[in-house]
Design a protein around this ligand. Structure first.
Ligand SMILES: C[S@@+](CC[C@H](N)C(=O)[O-])C[C@H]1O[C@@H](n2cnc3c(N)ncnc32)[C@H](O)[C@@H]1O
Length: 211
């Protein structure tokens, strides 16, 4: 889902004009199946996005001991919530923030958390996440379509709030500039490495800035 829908809206616009058309899909989380209700006007309507699926594979395999004890978890650009739901299932004792600028997406994510019995997710607009919150684990299929400058400032806003020892996992298409984004992150002082590559997508692992 790349550009505009038939109503002229982008999936990242705050308000969606497209009439609601809910469609459910199911994916495998760390502790069993997770059901997601998706909707028109929200990224990946009808099925789990391929890049998101790759990221969720990493989340399901994360060793909880590898995530520092201090700090919350964060999904930047939650859409209907698959990444946040996978995080909440893998780390049931941790608070998961799921932020999105799209109001319909935030509502869907909150409803999906409740429907799956995952009570540790807070779905909200980005500005509703308190400024002082720091993050032990950030996972995102980021909104590359908002443009390079906006993407860079979005990533700097959140990744400068990584707790000591924290990890951020970002999935990005090679055709959408994963390799140049990795170089840019390193140039910002954020150590970024390629953790995996499959089906044209890369998963980057990013660590907090040193010193
Ligand atoms: C590629 S989609 C991923 C959605 C969902 N995580 C998934 O994997 O299905 C990126 C999401 O980022 C959201 N987004 C765009 N700009 C944003 C911003 N400034 N802050 C937070 N989310 C944003 C979009 O509305 C969209 O839902």
């Amino acid at each position: 889902m790349g550009g505009t829908d038939p109503t002229g809206s982008h999936y990242f616009d705050a308000e969606q004009a497209a009439p609601s058309r809910p469609v459910r899909y199911v994916f495998r989380g760390a502790c069993g199946d997770i059901t997601v209700e998706s909707d028109a006007g929200v990224f990946s309507h009808g099925s789990l996005d391929k890049a998101t699926a790759l990221l969720i594979g990493h989340i399901n395999n994360l060793d909880p001991g590898s995530v520092p004890p201090a700090g919350d978890l964060l999904d930047i650009g939650c859409g209907a919530g698959p990444v946040a739901l996978a995080l909440a299932a893998r780390f049931p004792g941790r608070r998961v923030w799921a932020v999105d600028t799209n109001t319909r997406a935030v509502g869907l994510c909150a409803a999906n958390a409740a429907a799956n019995g995952l009570t540790n997710i807070t779905a909200c607009r980005p500005e509703e996440c308190p400024d002082g919150t720091s993050f032990a684990l950030v996972c995102s299929n980021p909104p590359v379509r908002i443009g390079k400058e906006a993407l860079h400032s979005l990533l700097l806003h959140w990744l400068t709030r990584l707790a000591p020892g924290a990890l951020a996992l970002l999935v990005i298409g090679r055709h959408l500039g994963s390799d140049s984004l990795q170089k840019w992150l390193v140039a910002q002082g954020l150590p970024a490495t390629r953790l995996s590559s499959a089906k044209g997508f890369r998963v980057l692992g990013v660590r907090p800035a040193q010193g």
